[in-house]
Design a protein around this ligand. Structure first.
Ligand SMILES: Cc1ncc(C[n+]2csc(CCOP(=O)(O)OP(=O)(O)O)c2C)c(N)n1
Ligand SMILES: [Mg+2]
Length: 590
């Protein structure tokens, strides 16, 4: 029998450490922990069938609720299915406590059924690995188990947040030997508590940083930019504008930075950095000489390429001690709380030095790009993959959450999400850029979100994660899914493979292009969605906006399918690029 006291001690400590959500996949080896988690009054348990989907669902909960989530699976391949989500959580700094149930040591590596090597299963993607002891009735074992639970949660949450793995062996029979309700034990303080401070720079280091942003006396004004990359920290929006205001540096705001949407001051926010930074005369006349970067690397490839080309004096702020800089240029990494650093640096400026043409040019070009894009879209008379984003930005209410899938959706999000005072939280799984688990993640967020959830996703990503709809059905979740169905991988049409298909003889292209990259499937998703309990609607250019407006605040999962053509999509993007280029011209720097 499983020792109920040990289970109570372990789960009780998870709760004391702040766990409120558990995602559990059914199995027998995991039964003792599943029952104990279910018995914990303060824990919402959600049962999902597919562990791969469940892992991403947990990522969605953790990112929406901004708290650690427990994941539990039975032994064997079930634990491996968590792998992609564990990797994503590691790279996007999401706290997960992954419990992998296991056979006891005497049944490992000797042909016992459903027994695989689960030790350090997730390699370096897990921040910490440990194994629970088998119950032995000793008080010291209970103390150990409590400290393991507390340490696991604290480690998952400590910056950079991430997943931890606890391998949990149980002997048969897999039933508890007593009550599991934690109230059965006297209430207690957490066994393990972590107190940690935010790192901050001393005044001298702040002076040195500020000096790099200030033009030398008598010299030209510094041509600075703030590049706000993907970041879930809600504090950044409130302080970055202060730095922008103090220095006169515009903010290239990634759609996932939290800077583009919300009631904070967005005066210095550039929403079209992806367009402005593309090679051409405008950017040639506006190369930055100093850049302050926050968050992960920007979604926009042109922005990263600009950094590589301009090689500005680069300052990367990362309070969690990361080394994220893939433009491969010399950089200073500031491993201190970015909010405190930004506030202190901004305070070194006594108002903006000179009202340079620099910021004015960027802001003017951004408005010009915005105007050109808006009129281009208004004149368009056909389905377009970027169209859902401005529609969603105008329809979603304050407190809504907007997700974009990998591949073209997140790029179109970057291009088309306007700067708006609407408090919409915008997210994407950009840690590993997988097309897997996209729907599961969005639906996981819907399980805890305070407002409506919308997702824009490609057809291959959608088909990859159909089991997410099972989760939605099991838990009566609500979401609006805009499915961009271009019958295959549209992104590849923009890559060298597609160019080669047209031009390079002897490469196996173009005859194998569709088979290897385009991967058309011709699947009509309507019946699948309906069978899994969702609603399906085919939408077109004319009724997309009305369909979104009709869906966002209604209960249930609705898939609004917008059919597009991959080749035409490339043409439209090219046409748009030319339009924006013409609108921004060469700029003034008067
Ligand atoms: C798990 C995973 N498998 C494969 C890839 C490679 N990949 C990147 S984009 C893409 C095509 C995605 O197609 P779709 O979801 O329809 O989006 P579209 O490109 O059409 O916008 C693939 C297969 C990946 N990023 N992640
Ligand atoms: Mg597609």
């Amino acid at each position: 029998m499983s020792d109920a006291a040990l289970l109570r001690a372990f789960v009780g400590e998870l709760v004391a450490a702040g766990v409120r959500d558990a995602v559990i996949c059914p199995g027998s080896r995991s039964a003792p922990l599943a029952l104990a988690l279910r018995a914990a009054e303060d824990v919402s348990v959600r049962v999902l069938l597919d562990e791969r989907s469940a892992g991403f669902f947990a990522v969605g909960i953790a990112r929406a609720a901004r708290r650690p989530v427990v994941l539990l699976a039975t032994s064997g391949t079930a634990t491996v299915e968590f792998g992609p989500a564990v990797v994503e959580a590691s790279l996007s700094r999401v706290p997960l406590v992954v419990l992998t149930s296991d056979r006891p040591v005497e049944l490992r590596d000797r042909g016992a059924p459903q027994a695989i090597d689960q030790v350090h299963l997730y390699g370096r993607a897990a921040k910490w690995y440990t194994e629970l002891p088998l119950a032995d009735g000793e008080p010291v074992t209970l103390a150990h188990v409590r400290s393991v639970a507390g340490r696991a949660v604290a480690t998952a949450m400590a910056g950079p947040a991430g997943p931890v793995q606890i391998n949990a062996p149980f002997r048969e029979p897999l039933l508890p030997d007593g009550p599991l309700t934690i109230d059965a034990d006297p209430p207690s303080e957490p066994f393990t508590t972590r107190v940690a401070g935010r790192r901050s720079l001393d005044a001298e280091a702040i002076d040195r940083l500020a000096a790099r942003l200030i033009a030398p006396a008598g010299g030209e004004g510094r041509r600075g930019l703030i590049v706000a990359g993907p970041d879930d920290d809600p504090r950044l929006a409130a302080v970055l504008w202060r730095l922008a205001d103090a220095t006169g540096f515009p903010i290239l705001a990634d759609p996932l930075s939290g800077l583009r949407t919300g009631p904070h001051d967005r005066m210095m926010v550039i929403a079209h950095g992806d367009q402005l930074c593309r090679p051409g005369p405008w950017i040639d006349a506006h190369l930055p000489d100093v850049v302050v970067r926050t968050g992960a690397m920007p979604t926009s490839k042109p922005i990263t390429e600009l950094l590589a080309r301009a090689r500005p004096d680069l300052i990367v702020l990362d309070g969690d001690g990361g080394w994220r800089e893939s433009a491969l240029i010399p950089a200073t990494f500031v491993h201190a709380d970015p909010v405190a650093t930004i506030e202190a640096v901004a305070a070194r400026f006594m108002g903006r030095g000179d009202d340079s043409a620099w910021a004015a040019d960027w802001l003017f070009a951004d408005r010009a790009a915005e105007g050109a894009m808006t009129s281009w879209l208004a004149e368009l008379d056909e389905a377009f993959e970027g169209a859902p984003f401005p529609a969603l930005a105008s329809i979603l209410p304050d407190g809504a959450m907007l997700w974009a899938g990998s591949s073209m959706p997140v790029r179109d999000l970057d291009a088309w999400l306007p700067s708006t005072d609407r408090a919409i939280v915008v997210r994407s799984n950009r840690g590993a850029n997988g097309i897997d688990g996209v729907v599961s993640t969005a639906l996981g967020s819907a399980a805890v979100a305070g407002g409506p959830v919308a997702l824009v996703v490609g057809d291959l990503s959608f088909l990859h994660d159909l089991n997410a709809l099972v989760a939605a059905r099991l838990h009566a979740l609500s979401a609006t899914i805009v499915l961009i169905n271009n019958d295959g991988g549209g992104i590849f049409s923009f890559l060298p493979q597609a160019q080669a298909a047209a031009s390079v003889a002897g490469t196996g292209l173009p005859e194998h292009y569709e088979e290897l990259f385009g991967t058309p499937h011709g699947i009509g998703v309507g019946p699948i969605v309906t069978a899994l309990g969702g609603e399906h609607r085919l939408v077109g250019h004319g009724n997309l906006e009305a369909a979104i407006a009709d869906s966002v605040c209604r209960p249930g999962v609705r898939v609004l399918e917008l059919r597009t053509d991959r080749a035409r999509n490339v043409e439209l993007h090219r046409e748009l690029d030319a339009t924006v280029r013409a609108a921004i011209g060469v700029g003034s720097l008067a």
